[in-house]
Ligand binder design. Structure first.
Ligand code: FES
Length: 307
């Protein structure tokens, strides 16, 4: 059958067989190979395109369904000679893994940002930013807030700086947003000692580096303990905690650990009922965790809590 559609602003036409997907039609007939063919089940998103402005997996759309419609592929995102801002941002941040799914990620990200109205402020929480050791890791202050984007980047002194008790942090964002926040700011909400401690912390690069090194060792030790107990935490992580799927109701394991003096965080409220978040502690605390895991897990099963 003949399929006639608009692709990247151009009216195109080609022959498709009845069950042909839009993905293979784009790649093989229209010779637009940017959309990638990976799972062909709508799971990986490598084949993402915009279909009449809506993000779809082109592997799940029939070529015949596209007849008379408008499709934008990754090839159509660039504007004249310039890359689309999302493409440029991916280049600047080195945001590729193997690269195969990158076109789909670019299209999906562009579609997401299109849906954020102008008046909506994007807030980026960088509470754990100072733990990151990769110099190419995105920096929301440098790459968004300082470039005048409608972004508020938040940092805190509660994490690596260890000033959680002083309740102090800061944000960098558009002047209009900051002045609006000032109007509703409570008087005397950040104490003078907290401000002095925060400013002193910012100047102590050597101490920050020491803490990063301590955290690096603690994260490695925590990961080793979890793996010894049959778990497979998501790694490498760039904060001071690990996310680990325990393969069953994590709330039960949380309660058993809690009764033995170990506080972890079940991730059910984040949509991961079988996962725990475990913070890297001191060597003694990690050894204590190992002892308690020994006590609450059935050794031969690896991970079933029994007590
Ligand atoms: S190829 Fe994976 S979602 Fe289409």
């Amino acid at each position: 059958m003949k399929v006639s559609l608009t692709v990247n602003g151009e009216r195109l036409e080609g022959d498709a067989w009845g069950g042909e997907s839009l993905l293979t039609f784009l790649r093989d007939t229209l010779e637009l190979p940017g959309s990638k063919n990976a799972c062909e089940q709508g799971e990986c998103g490598s084949c993402s395109v915009l279909f009449d402005g809506t993000l779809v997996c082109s592997c799940l759309v029939l070529a015949a369904q596209a007849d008379g419609h408008a499709v934008v592929t990754v090839e159509g995102l660039a504007r004249e000679e310039a890359l689309h801002p999302v493409q440029q941002a991916f280049v600047d941040a080195g945001a590729v893994q193997c690269g195969f799914c990158t076109p789909g990620l670019v299209v999906a990200t562009a579609a997401l940002l299109e849906r954020v109205p102008e008046h909506v402020l994007t807030v980026i929480d960088e509470a754990y930013f100072q733990y990151v050791e990769d110099p190419s890791f995105p920096d929301a202050i440098e790459e968004a807030a300082k470039r005048g984007r409608n972004v508020l980047a938040l940092r805190t002194f509660s994490k690596i700086f260890g000033l959680a008790g002083l309740r102090i942090g800061y944000g960098v964002g558009p002047a209009g947003v900051v002045s609006a926040m000032r109007k509703v700011q409570r008087a005397f909400d950040v104490t003078t000692p907290a401000q002095e401690a925060a400013l002193a912390s910012l100047d102590d690069d050597a101490e920050l580096e020491r803490r990063r090194a301590v955290n690096r060792d603690a994260m490695a030790a925590l990961e080793a303990v979890l793996r010894e107990h049959g778990f497979d935490p998501i790694s490498p992580a760039v904060g001071n905690f690990l996310f680990v799927d325990v393969g069953e109701d994590a709330a039960a394991l949380d309660q058993r650990l809690l009764r033995r003096g170990v506080i972890v965080r079940p991730m059910g409220s984040f949509g991961a009922p079988s996962a725990l978040r475990i913070t890297a502690g001191t060597p003694e605390e990690i050894a204590f965790l190992a002892e308690q895991l020994d006590a609450v897990l059935v050794p031969e099963a690896g991970r079933i809590p029994v007590s």
